[in-house]
Ligand binder design. Structure first.
Ligand code: HEC
Ligand code: HEC
Ligand code: HEC
Ligand code: HEC
Length: 461
């Protein structure tokens, strides 16, 4: 009898234990396991976030004006973002279940408070909704960490409220509590949006990962040291003056001053005197002096960086020099040519037989520093969400030097006298044929000169 009762009791407690064990994951989630990335959709209403005007109208006036001029405040409203999201990403997501998630997901980084509010797709920028706040003060200043091991795909932990996180524990604010955060001063904070994985599991944005494997991470120089530089300033009106106030510049590819001089160029010939018909070999050294990651980085699928070399003889006649191929795998994507690409734009545009547009739109034979992105059919794409594989990575790493050679047989008609050979490195934020095709305003395809250098040879009569 007794034995039986004991047995029943043991059985009951076993069941109870089992129930608890089985429910554990659910209980942890229910107890406030933070929802991040795709799971955070619709979890936080708009009114939990203060507007940038609230932060900046009378207190943080300088930071507010800096932020207004940075791409951070235009991540949703900027014309090319609007075009790519509404013309390509949204229609594509509606047709192809593999990429359906981007309809909401683009906003996780570009209009994060709309994503959190579940307001996706958000109203167009012209509607002037809260999506237009883009990456706002309060979004960043209430992030307390990220989930998982690697920051990517907006896996930040959002904790909006009266506690504002920042770099200091001293000081006081009449408007909110101030809490010191080590996380905000780390590169990993930036990585939550500056690393992106496509629905096919490919790293289509890896600025933080590139930084992490480069020399600046090893030396303890985070993103902030180049994009949020320190200067003496009062960080709020009537606040304390700090010697190292974090400037909210966030300047990058949209600032010619930031891009200019990123790479240093030097070109030299193997011989200084030559007759028409003779061959001269020129070598150009390109040294990445300025970036903490690769160049180009970020939206690598859009950007084009190319080296153009020209010789001008004493009579003013100009000759275009083509780069010598090196013979590595995938090199054809790094030498400008007259081929079509980007056919997958046809999916969103209801034109399945779309032939594509010119791949490069720069002089044929010029060297291009890039990493091509390929769609599931193996065609080159500017749609990072439709990227299934990557090609050769021929970009310039931090502090890397690449050498390019140009073998030039002087034409018989070359005028005798001084011949100047000039190497120019140019940059465009969006390949011109794509910008023209999608009617993206001109500033996105403006040619930014990164650097140039010249050398001379003497052409003998
Ligand atoms: C040593 C200085 C330095 C460090 C460190 C650095 N950057 Fe940069 N960054 C630059 C320079 C210079 C440019 C401009 C050239 C270019 O566009 O790459 C740039 C450009 C960028 C761009 C614009 C790229 C584009 O094509 O639009 C982004 C985004 C960026 N950086 C983010 C970061 C992030 C995130 C980190 C940290 C993980 C970081 N940077 C670390 C110097 C730095
Ligand atoms: C992209 C994220 C981001 C945005 C947007 C942003 N901040 Fe910051 N802010 C930071 C980071 C990161 C730091 C701290 C940097 C560090 O620790 O090195 C910081 C520091 C500050 C500080 C303290 C500065 C100091 O040196 O004591 C203030 C104040 C501040 N931000 C206010 C604002 C205001 C106001 C806005 C909007 C107009 C804003 N921030 C927008 C990321 C952001
Ligand atoms: C919540 C997401 C988010 C976080 C966090 C974030 N960024 Fe960004 N950042 C963006 C988006 C989105 C853009 C692109 C804006 C555009 O051009 O549409 C951007 C643009 C930039 C640019 C300008 C690039 C250009 O083309 O000119 C720089 C530089 C930059 N971020 C640096 C940083 C740094 C440094 C940090 C960390 C201190 C950081 N970002 C944190 C989302 C974020
Ligand atoms: C994980 C965060 C993240 C996601 C998700 C994301 N982006 Fe971005 N996006 C960025 C950052 C950061 C930049 C700036 C990188 C740089 O400067 O090169 C950027 C840049 C861009 C640019 C170039 C802006 C310019 O002015 O040159 C466009 C266009 C863009 N994104 C559109 C989209 C679309 C459309 C989607 C969805 C399919 C999307 N993004 C998803 C973070 C993200």
């Amino acid at each position: 009898m007794l034995e039986k009762r004991e047995g029943a009791k043991f059985g009951r407690s076993l069941v109870a234990t089992l129930v608890i064990v089985l429910m554990m994951p659910w209980m942890v989630q229910a107890q406030g396991e933070p929802k991040t990335g795709d799971h955070a959709l619709g979890t936080i209403p708009y009114d939990k976030y203060d507007t940038p005007e609230y932060c900046g109208a009378s207190c943080h006036t300088d930071f507010y004006q800096q932020w207004r001029q940075a791409m951070m405040s235009q991540a949703y409203t900027h014309h090319w973002d609007e075009i790519e999201y509404f013309k390509l990403a949204v229609p594509h997501a509606e047709k192809d279940s593999m990429v359906a998630g981007v309809k909401a997901g683009c906003n996780g980084c570009h209009a994060p408070i709309s994503f959190l509010a579940g307001d996706v797709p958000p109203p167009r920028p012209e509607a002037n909704s809260r999506a237009n706040e883009s990456v706002s003060c309060d979004l960043c200043h209430t992030v307390i960490g990220h989930s998982g091991d690697t920051p990517y795909n907006f896996n930040f932990i959002a904790s909006p409220g009266n506690k504002k996180y920042g770099p200091r524990d001293q000081g006081a604010s009449p408007a909110h509590e101030m809490v010191k955060s080590d996380f905000l001063s780390k590169a990993e904070f930036c990585g939550v949006c500056h690393n992106e994985m496509s629905p096919y599991g490919v790293w289509v944005k890896s600025t933080h990962l590139e930084w992490k494997e480069g020399p600046y991470a090893a030396e303890g120089v985070p993103c902030h040291k180049c994009h949020m530089t320190y200067a003496p300033m009062e960080t709020a009106s009537m606040g304390t003056k700090y010697p190292d106030a974090r400037q909210h510049l966030f300047h990058g590819a949209h600032d010619l001053g930031k891009v200019r001089g990123t790479i240093e160029l030097r070109i030299h010939p193997d011989i200084r005197e030559a007759e028409p018909g003779e061959t001269v070999k020129l070598t150009c050294a390109l040294f990445n002096q300025k970036t903490g990651h690769k160049f180009p980085t970020g939206s690598v699928e859009d950007r084009i960086l190319w080296l153009h070399v020209e010789a001008k003889d004493a009579a003013g006649k100009v000759y275009h020099l083509k780069v010598d191929p090196k013979g590595f795998e995938g090199e054809e994507y790094t030498i400008a040519s007259d081929v079509l690409a980007y056919q997958d734009m046809g999916i969103a545009l209801n034109d399945p037989n779309f032939a594509g547009v010119q791949r490069d739109g720069v002089p044929v034979g010029d060297r291009i520093f890039r990493m091509p992105y390929f769609d599931p059919q193996g065609r080159m794409t500017i749609q990072q969400w439709n990227t299934k594989s990557l090609g050769v990575d021929y970009r310039l790493g931090p502090r890397e030097t690449k050498l390019e050679t140009f073998t030039f047989a002087l034409p018989i008609e070359t005028a005798p006298g001084e011949m100047t050979i000039t190497a120019t490195l140019n940059y465009q934020k969006l390949v011109k044929p794509v910008a023209d095709f999608l009617e993206v305003p001109d500033d996105e395809e403006e040619i930014m000169e990164v650097n140039s250098h010249s050398t001379v040879i003497n052409v003998l009569p």
